[in-house]
Design a protein around this ligand. Structure first.
Ligand SMILES: O=C(O)CCC(=O)C(=O)O
Length: 293
């Protein structure tokens, strides 16, 4: 089922069938302290082939939100696509039924979670492009601390194979960093991020020893849940045999307010969102509430 976008504040009749995985108290505490946790087998394994099939489809026929560096190549290709939940039944079902909505709410210590968007993130073998160190929150039209992503590995991934790295605890730093354009400053997609003001991200790679960097190896079905205020990045994919494919879903908790600033994600047109700036994001057409405790 796909919902109509642009029909303001329409309430959606979600059939939420919540399964298995819950976070332990220790995991919730660790999320609060470190800003990131690894959750082994976060979703049922039968999601993985279904999501990989979506990834294959998108590589062949991307949406208008694609960012494709070296399009069509079988190696050294950075490909991202997003907002598929609006048109793709598998993603639509995944966000409702995989249990991610509850995992996100638990991690954020929130009574509810609303969905923002899905982000398919592929680095084919031998992709040189690193994911620049960045925070997610500055890219997005919200204020609030309870914003988190669930980065689900669809292929086995090591840090050398472009798994994510984080500066542990950086979500508590109270710094708003300037967003960077993925795929390099000259990449024509995503230039909207360049019009903001903020603190430039320091050259973390040049002084890695100065930072408490934590990285994770994952198997398909494992996930990283992390705060949108965490500094994170990833090296290129050095593997010659293993593409790196992940699906990140973005979640909003109770304290999130609508904050459509200049230079944020252009895919949600503020004129269509039935919420005033500074108000909670209670617009089910754009940010459906998919979990409530
Ligand atoms: O997968 C990547 O390389 C980047 C992912 C990321 O930055 C995110 O999910 O917020």
């Amino acid at each position: 089922m796909a919902i109509e976008i642009g029909q303001m504040s329409q309430s959606v009749d979600w059939e939420v069938d919540m399964p298995q995985r819950e976070l332990t108290e220790q995991e919730v505490t660790r999320f609060s302290e470190d800003g990131v946790i690894k959750v082994d087998q976060a979703v049922e394994s039968d999601w993985i082939p279904k999501l990989l099939a979506v990834a294959e489809q998108q590589l062949k026929k991307p949406s208008k939100w694609v960012n494709d560096v070296n399009s069509g190549a079988s190696e050294d290709r950075l490909f991202t696509d997003r907002y598929l939940w609006r048109s793709n039944d598998v993603i639509h079902q995944f966000i409702r039924e995989s249990g991610c909505a509850r995992l996100a709410a638990q991690a954020m210590n929130s009574q509810s979670s609303r969905f923002y968007f899905d982000h398919l993130l592929i680095k084919k073998v031998k992709t040189k492009a690193p994911t620049p160190w960045h925070q997610d929150a500055p890219y997005w039209p919200f204020a609030g601390k309870q914003i988190a992503s669930i980065w689900l590995a669809l292929t086995p991934v090591t840090v050398a194979g472009s798994s994510l790295e984080f500066i542990r605890g950086s979500h508590r730093d109270e710094v708003y960093y300037l967003p960077a354009v993925f795929g390099g400053a000259e990449n024509t997609s995503g230039q909207w991020a360049n019009t903001q003001q903020g603190v430039p991200v320091p050259d973390i790679e040049a002084e890695r020893d100065k930072y408490d960097i934590v990285g994770f190896d994952l198997e398909p079905g494992d996930a990283l849940i992390f705060s949108a205020w965490m500094l994170h990045g990833a090296p290129g994919n050095q593997s010659a045999t293993q593409d790196r494919i992940a699906l990140s879903t973005r979640w909003l908790g109770d304290d999130v307010l609508w904050d459509p600033r200049e230079g944020v994600d252009p895919s949600v047109n503020p004129e269509h969102v039935a919420v005033q700036p500074g108000a909670p994001v209670h617009d089910n057409a754009f940010f459906p509430e998919l979990y409530r405790a």
